[in-house]
Design a protein around this ligand. Structure first.
Ligand SMILES: O=C(O)CCC(=O)C(=O)O
Ligand SMILES: [Mn+2]
Length: 224
């Protein structure tokens, strides 16, 4: 369903599920800025593939910005204040990115979103992300804000159990998907990226997921 609830921003908002809203093209207007910010970030914290607890490596390369970065290794999945590759804190979330994520969250019905973590995924053809839910954060009251750049993908949107049927959503450059409330723990994933060429990112897709990893939602409440 497409609703024009937000005439001030005149953006089509598609209700994907209870609590999940797709803002088509939200990031497209300032695409150069988004790409420049990520390009600068990855010079300070490089993209790398991480090992999952079972021993395999993810097909997606990742890096992080923010007070907390999501990591995976043989010990498990968790947030870390330092980049294990450098031993240094992750670069801060650039103000532009944090503001855009907060604006998208507010448009989707989640005011007071102040991310302390931004996981950046880089997909090349064939890379995928298996069905999972984002559950390493402290406060599930905060939504997830997920920004797609570059090549299109087939995003798998499931339900609250791993066995729930999945739908395929076509996410393209600039789309922002926000999920929270009753959808916060929905299983989701990304089908293998198909070959293609994007004018800005070539054969890649970048995804940024903004999270409140440790902070309480809405922002301003004391963290744990
Ligand atoms: O790449 C995407 O669109 C999804 C990424 C994701 O689900 C995650 O990083 O947890
Ligand atoms: Mn996820």
């Amino acid at each position: 369903m497409t609703l024009s609830l937000f005439p001030a921003d005149s953006l089509p908002a598609e209700i994907i599920d209870d609590g999940a809203v797709l803002l088509r093209g939200f990031a497209a207007a300032e695409e150069q800025r988004w790409v420049a910010e990520v390009t600068a970030l990855q010079t300070r914290a490089a993209f790398r593939t991480m090992q999952v607890p079972g021993g395999k490596f993810m097909s997606v390369a990742i890096t992080n910005a923010g007070g907390w970065g999501w990591i995976s290794d043989l010990q498990g999945y968790r947030y870390s204040a330092v980049d294990p590759q450098t031993g240094k804190p992750w670069p801060a979330i650039p103000a532009f990115l944090g503001e855009q994520a907060a604006r998208a969250a507010a448009l989707a019905g989640y005011p007071g979103f102040a991310p302390d973590a931004c996981l950046i995924n880089r997909y090349q053809p064939g890379a995928r992300m298996g069905l999972h839910r984002d559950q390493d954060e402290h406060d599930f009251a905060a939504p997830i804000v997920s920004v797609s750049l570059g090549l299109p993908c087939r995003f798998l949107w499931g339900g609250l159990t791993r066995q729930s049927p999945t739908r395929r959503l076509a996410l393209t450059h600039g789309d922002v998907l926000v999920w929270g409330g009753p959808s916060r723990l929905v299983f989701h994933g990304v089908a293998p990226l198909m070959e293609g060429q994007h004018p800005l990112l070539g054969n890649e897709r970048w995804n940024l997921t903004f999270r409140m990893a440790k902070a309480r939602y809405p922002a301003g409440q004391p963290s744990e």
